[in-house]
Write a protein that binds this ligand. Sequence first.
Ligand SMILES: [Zn+2]
Ligand SMILES: [Zn+2]
Length: 263
Amino acid sequence: MTTARKASIQVTVLGSGTCVPSLARSACALLMTVGASRLLFDIGPGSMRRLLEAGVRVQEISHLCITHFHPDHTGELAPLIFANKYPDASLRRDPLIMMGGPGFLDFVTRLQGVYGHWIQLEGDLLQSVETAAEGRWDYAASGWHLETIPVRHNPESIAYRLTADGGPSVVYSGDTDYSENLVALARNADLLICEAARPDEHPVAGHLTPSMAGRMATEAGARKLMLTHFYPDCEDVDLSAQCRRTYAGPIVLAHDLMRLEVR
Ligand SMILES: [Zn+2]
Ligand SMILES: [Zn+2]
């Protein structure tokens, strides 16, 4: 007798770093594979090179989900579209669907105003969706859905929750300060991927520290917590110990090309 395999989400960290150039940490990007879909969350500088290292071609990306417009999260958006033209766009079978919060369509239009047809694709191969800051998107027959909620960083900042049908949920904070909305979005999530940009000793407005991220994971009842988006002053600090002050569950510190299967 065979039992149906429960759906899973495979998470690959493409970039665990920031705007500060680093050989070890590319800027922000996550790849999540669920069913036949490959979703990128943010696309900072260096993402496409890491994608190659993860064994994924740019034409295989089905969705690009942007949390906010800072360059360390969007720097390779234009190059990603451009790369889809080589050798020609016929390598892409399904549309690339790009989404972001309030102002995203204007952001894309302005980029296209600069780069013109170099970052446009034929027919409906490129689709841009501006999400309401808070909402839910079901993709027909894709076997998963997305939810978003505003978080405290930039006016357009949103966090995402990806849920596989009959399977797990993964939440990605993007950049944020302490956020009740993020706690609500991450309720009972199987994995919360949360920024902890600065160590507890050096908190800055608009970002989190490990103990702040841990506090939100505890309030949300998240089953596992991954910290990411590490500025250089995080490197010589015991981030897990700081996070342990406020969170008792499993803690993972992101590094580039780390893979995690969430079931
Ligand atoms: Zn930011
Ligand atoms: Zn950032």
